[in-house]
Design a protein around this ligand. Structure first.
Ligand code: DGI
Ligand code: FE
Ligand code: FE
Length: 193
């Protein structure tokens, strides 16, 4: 199946605004992929599909997760905001028949990040923060960092998310902390060189 067909399929699963966001993330992901040497075709595909199940009801998401054989941790079960990334990765496998692990994982970890992020994981994680439709305080700074250094942009995104979640005193996924700690350790090492 080609990109256009996937685009058509997901356009029917979401409202116009989210479809536009998905197209913008795909476009930004291609730009970042070309800049940082990731596979642009995979970036475009993961970008258009990353929020595929964000407007899907909870029962259907749980069914997709079950069919894909994914076990949720207790924290994941109690965090509805995390479901769409997990069920999205299940959807592209179970319904669309996508077998590319890199694409599946980039969708799975687009909200939390993780330790050992692949180049494609990073491209999608950052593109979700810097896509053309994004308009939050600090988006200009984020775009500037993304144009200079992809790892720095991942770190900026993770620290932004952790600070925001901690500010609301809600749970923070272990994958988020694991990604953050790995990036922080890398920065410390690079500074000491
Ligand atoms: O789907 P999008 O809106 O494009 O963006 P996203 O997939 O990054 O989702 C952002 C939301 O997810 C935002 O409300 C913060 C929340 N989030 C991100 N990381 C975590 C999280 N929520 C919890 N509970 N734990 C996390 O680690
Ligand atoms: Fe998302
Ligand atoms: Fe998104």
């Amino acid at each position: 199946m080609g990109f256009k067909l996937y685009e058509d399929i997901i356009s029917k699963r979401m409202k116009t605004a989210r479809f536009k966001h998905s197209k913008n993330v795909a476009k930004e992901a291609v730009r970042l992929a070309l800049k940082y040497g990731a596979d642009a075709e995979k970036a475009e595909l993961a970008g258009i599909l990353h929020d595929a199940t964000k407007e899907t009801d909870a029962e259907e998401q749980m069914e997709l997760i079950r069919k894909a054989g994914i076990e949720l941790s207790e924290l994941e079960r109690e965090s509805p905001k995390l479901w769409h990334a997990i069920s999205g990765s299940a959807y592209v496998q179970v319904v669309l028949g996508i077998e590319d692990k890199e694409v599946i994982d980039a969708i799975r970890y687009h909200t939390t990040g993780r330790a050992g992020m692949t180049l494609l994981d990073k491209v999608i994680f950052v593109a979700d923060f810097t896509s053309a439709d994004r308009d939050y305080d600090g988006v200009d700074k984020m775009r500037k960092i993304a144009d200079k250094n992809l790892d720095d942009a991942v770190m900026e995104g993770m620290s932004f998310t952790i600070a925001e979640l901690a500010g609301r005193k809600v749970t923070i996924a272990p994958d988020t902390f694991a990604g953050y700690n790995e990036m922080a350790a890398l920065r410390a090492k690079n500074k000491n060189k």
